[in-house]
Design a protein around this ligand. Structure first.
Ligand code: G7M
Length: 307
């Protein structure tokens, strides 16, 4: 590992040669993504490498740039039909990736391919099963607080509204390189630290949600040229991190995790306007994975509809 300083922050720059392959946790051929479990040869600690190929950029000037240096390796030729391997110049060949190191057992479980089940969480289930086990079932919030406290990703902040009640910070999701608008993926992370998820929203939070909607639409238009009808904004339920955040993505892009239950920001605002206590009363479905702490708790409480 090399220690580097980015914007005055100390960062650890991992060197992949220090790791060895342990296991393919899962893969997604249609997304050209693979999730690998690695082992650090010195420390023996686990790491997860997510390697996820970027979609092709549709900008003609970018295409012209790679076309002039790309090479075609011939595989077969028949009449006018040629089959090739296209060797892109190195600059255009980067594979977007993230590395979680050291990875906990919970991270490893999250990326491992597993059976999935629909769970229908009533308001009572939330109080008696989900809420008491949130610390155990979800991930810690260190990265969220680092971000809100300007201790990490400071150079990636796209917008910052510090208002303690309706403020939020906007930055590229870990999965986005921050450049290719075709797969734009941002996170709006609210400043308030007392709302764990959409389940805890009430009519009191409408100004916060409306502020996020209004400012994100404006910033995304100004900075990335996308109109409000070209993006979608939603919450995951259950989220992985118990701090309210809103996914902002280009609708053209099929974001990973799309199989999860999503609640649109517009829908949440509407629901809260009609019934301020909607999310305190509604049944919220979500997808649970075999081995999840929460799924096990629902199973123990016989709330899995397994019979
Ligand atoms: O499922 P949930 O709604 O909790 O999604 C959390 C999102 O946060 C995912 O899309 C992650 O890719 C993103 N994310 C997770 N981490 C640890 C980070 C991070 O450190 N920085 C940024 N920018 N996004 C993250």
């Amino acid at each position: 590992m090399t220690t580097i300083k980015v914007n005055g922050e100390v960062n650890i720059q991992p060197n992949l040669a220090e790791f060895e392959f342990k296991e393919v946790l899962s893969s997604d051929p249609s997304r050209k993504a693979v999730f690998l479990l690695l082992n650090n040869k010195t420390t023996g600690k686990a790491a997860i490498l997510v390697a996820d190929k970027n979609p092709f950029v549709e900008d003609g000037s970018v295409i012209n740039e790679w076309i002039k240096d790309a090479k075609l390796r011939n595989l077969a030729q028949n009449d006018i039909y040629g089959s090739y391997e296209l060797l892109m110049p190195e600059k255009f060949n980067a594979v977007k990736s993230s590395l979680i190191y050291p990875a906990t057992d919970k991270h490893i479980l999250k990326y491992r391919r597993r059976e999935v089940y629909m769970i229908y969480e009533t308001a009572d289930d939330y109080k008696s099963i989900t809420k008491p086990s949130i610390k155990e079932s979800l991930f810690n919030l260190d990265w969220v607080y680092n971000f809100l406290d300007h201790k990490a990703e400071t150079d990636r902040i796209v917008f910052d509204d510090p208002d303690p009640n309706i403020g939020f910070m906007l930055a590229p999701d870990l999965k986005w390189n921050g450049v290719d608008v075709d797969n734009l993926y941002l996170q709006a992370i609210v400043v308030r630290r007392d709302i764990m998820s959409v389940r805890e929203l009430t009519g009191e939070h409408i100004p916060l949600l409306e502020n996020v909607r209004k400012q994100v639409r404006r910033v995304v238009k100004e900075k990335y040229g996308l109109n409000p009808n070209q993006i979608k904004m939603y919450f995951h339920y259950q989220p992985s991190y118990p701090h309210l955040h809103i996914h902002v993505i280009n609708i053209k892009y099929e974001a990973p995790g799309a199989g999860m239950t999503c609640i649109f920001l517009d829908e949440a605002i509407d629901n809260l306007k009609i019934w301020p206590d909607f999310y305190q009363r509604a049944t919220l479905p979500f997808v649970g994975k075999e081995g999840d702490v929460l799924l096990n708790k629902f199973r123990e409480a016989k709330r899995l509809n397994e019979e």
